[in-house]
Design a protein around this ligand. Structure first.
Ligand SMILES: Nc1ncnc2c1ncn2[C@@H]1O[C@H](COP(=O)(O)OP(=O)(O)OP(=O)(O)O)[C@@H](O)[C@H]1O
Ligand SMILES: [Mg+2]
Length: 262
């Protein structure tokens, strides 16, 4: 069965999609066949970050219009993407029920994948709680901001109270140093452990990088050398704390996602 890893943050704009996309790429390169599912039902953007134009998406699957394997695209680096839809005209709460069933289907039938990364929307609604509850590993993205602490706490509390989820990994995003990231995590962990019986594990950090922001502003892919030199080592360290083991195999020069196509 594939291992399902959900990436959420509570607060919008914390870097969830950026981290989910990069984790999926590294899992594919160094661990095994990986599917990225964009569960941001209303404002999906993983496909934008990956420069992909989907012909079918998760909403088509949830509405029974096509099989999930038909809606899944294989990208040049070998990873697979089940895109969400941008500006979908749907009722999120009713889709959340269907999504729950769909996640169970993935868990029991997507045998061709070793890993499924789930990119989550902001908030702590039914979609987020359902997907977190079926995940093998739940990751929460934190920023060094009071609003991020409050929203991440609300997400963790809802998942605990509604779905009895008792363990989360935390990634600190957009920080200036490793020390600062650890301080942010320690402060958050102290607050959470005072109030809830939750095991919060530090999984690592991603520095604030102007290259990441500028690529998303201009809608282009991050330069591969920047990815290889600066982003992937941090993602690898996050993944190894998640699995507490070395990669099963390593592709030294993975096929990149880059092509000249717009
Ligand atoms: N480590 C980073 N350094 C600099 N900018 C970053 C970093 N991580 C994310 N960003 C930027 O922050 C913005 C939000 O990122 P992203 O879309 O990944 O967040 P999100 O949590 O998925 O947002 P949403 O709530 O819209 O789903 C983007 O402009 C992105 O480029
Ligand atoms: Mg997002």
């Amino acid at each position: 069965m594939p291992e399902i890893i959900s990436v959420s943050s509570g607060k919008g704009g914390a870097g969830t999609s950026t981290l989910a996309v990069n984790m999926a790429m590294r899992l594919q390169d160094a661990h095994g066949p990986t599917l990225l599912v964009d569960c941001d039902l209303l404002m999906a953007n993983s496909h934008v970050l990956l420069n992909v134009r989907p012909t079918a998406d998760l909403i088509d699957v949830l509405e029974g219009l096509c099989d999930w394997r038909v809606a899944t695209q294989k990208l040049p680096n070998g990873m697979s993407l089940l895109s969400g839809r941008t500006a979908a005209n749907i009722l999120v709460e009713s889709e959340a029920e269907r999504l729950n069933d769909f996640m169970d289907t993935l868990k029991t039938t997507a045998h061709e994948f070793s890993y499924i990364i789930v990119d989550m929307p902001a908030g702590a609604g039914a979609v987020v709680m359902n997907a977190v509850s079926v995940s093998d590993h739940s990751m929460v993205v934190l920023l060094g901001q009071a609003t991020s602490f409050v929203d991440a706490y609300a997400l963790i509390k809802s998942c605990y109270l509604e779905k009895n989820v008792t363990s989360f990994y935390a990634i600190v995003n957009m920080v200036t140093s490793a020390e600062r990231a650890k301080t942010i995590f320690d402060n958050f962990e102290r607050t959470v452990s005072k109030l809830l019986p939750i095991k919060l594990i530090y999984a690592g950090y991603m520095p604030r990088m102007p290259e990441i922001n500028s690529c998303s502003v201009h809608g282009r892919l991050i330069d591969y050398d920047v990815m290889k030199g600066c982003i992937f080592p941090k993602i690898d360290s996050i993944l190894s704390s998640l699995f507490e083991k070395e990669p099963l195999y390593t592709v030294s020069n993975p096929v990149t996602l880059y092509s000249d196509e717009p």
